[in-house]
Design a protein around this ligand. Structure first.
Ligand code: VAH
Length: 315
């Protein structure tokens, strides 16, 4: 039985840092190789192997997978929704070619498992707004959403055609304090906490009643690991699973913060990201993930607010 050896691509990003730390706790520091184009994140330094890697350089990636005897690949490198609209071609090329490089190498080297995140950004204005189901009308209007939806079909193809065990989650907006957000439309839900602690005020780029599906990072990391550890026969979705935790608006998260930062003030100045946010569902039906591998979130808005404020103040 080959020893588990994991390669995390995009390990210095918002999800990558925390996923690498969680995987190192499970598999051992030396068995989780962190990689990124950027330099190693401070939180990862000294906790395990780190290689500089460009997911667009297929040959280099292939050499790393062979040389390190990689058995699982977690591909987190991507350009998110807001940044992607400023660089459509770059977003499409990185998000698509990066995935195809990984899937092809996984097929060729018989990598045991691959993880690749999709997003609720695959849904568009014609998808149901409330309790958006796993299968429905899906017409994304951002390059990020288009690339993620196309990527889901490539994952399904490589699984059916070449038996690559690639698994995926449609992450909602993710909230965390350990590493910088990655240029998404939902990043306001992180910025608002930092601004509340630093200056007691925040200028929000979304309208106050813009409801979006969100999740605290500890829930997202646990969902990822629970999906990857689920027995293969339990996995009925080979595009990408809907998962959800909470939905809230800027006004609601501001009210939650005001319970602890009583002088906190918020202003609203919507920008181009309002159109992106309005194209997405307000809430997600994740009953398929619940049925297949018993997904269940643990953090509500109250618990998330307390933990975010406590840790940002500590940092
Ligand atoms: C973004 N944080 O805002 C990402 C996420 C649901 C949105 O995929 O682009």
């Amino acid at each position: 039985m080959l020893k588990d050896k994991i390669l995390v691509i995009g390990a210095s990003g918002q999800i990558g840092v925390e996923l690498t730390m969680a995987l190192r706790k499970i598999y051992g520091n030396a068995n989780v190789v962190a990689s990124d184009l950027r330099e190693e994140n401070e939180l990862l330094k000294g906790t395990g192997p780190y290689v500089s890697l460009d997911v667009m350089n297929k040959e280099m990636l292939h050499v790393q997978v062979i040389r390190q005897n990689i058995t699982q690949i977690y591909l987190l490198a991507a350009i998110l929704s807001a940044t992607g609209e400023k660089n459509p071609n770059l977003a499409w090329n990185l998000n698509m070619q990066g995935l195809l490089n990984v899937l092809d190498i996984a097929r060729e080297e018989q990598v045991q498992k691959v993880y690749w995140p999709s997003s609720i950004a695959v849904f568009g204005p014609t998808s149901p707004k409330k309790n958006c189901p796993q299968q429905t009308i899906i017409e994304p209007i951002t390059v990020y959403g288009i690339s993620k939806y196309a990527g889901e079909f490539w994952c399904n193809y490589y699984n059916r055609r070449f038996n690559v065990d690639v698994r995926s989650l449609r992450y909602p907006g993710l909230i965390s304090y350990k590493s910088e957000p990655g240029g998404g439309t939902t990043d306001y839900a992180i910025d608002i906490f930092n601004c509340a602690v630093e200056s007691n005020s925040y200028k929000c780029y979304l309208k106050e009643d813009t409801y979006l599906p969100m999740m605290y990072m500890p829930d997202a990391i646990r969902a990822t690991i629970e999906l990857m550890e689920a027995p293969v026969e339990k996995i009925s979705v080979r595009t990408s699973y809907n998962i959800s935790a909470i939905s809230f608006s800027p006004a609601e998260i501001a009210a939650s913060i005001k319970q602890y930062v009583t002088s906190f003030k918020i202003k609203y100045k919507p920008d181009y990201r309002q159109t992106i946010a309005e194209s997405w569902p307000q809430s997600i039906d994740d009953s398929v993930a619940e049925n297949d591998w018993h997904w269940k979130p643990e953090y509500d808005l109250q618990k998330l607010t307390v933990d975010m404020l406590k840790n940002i103040k500590k940092n």
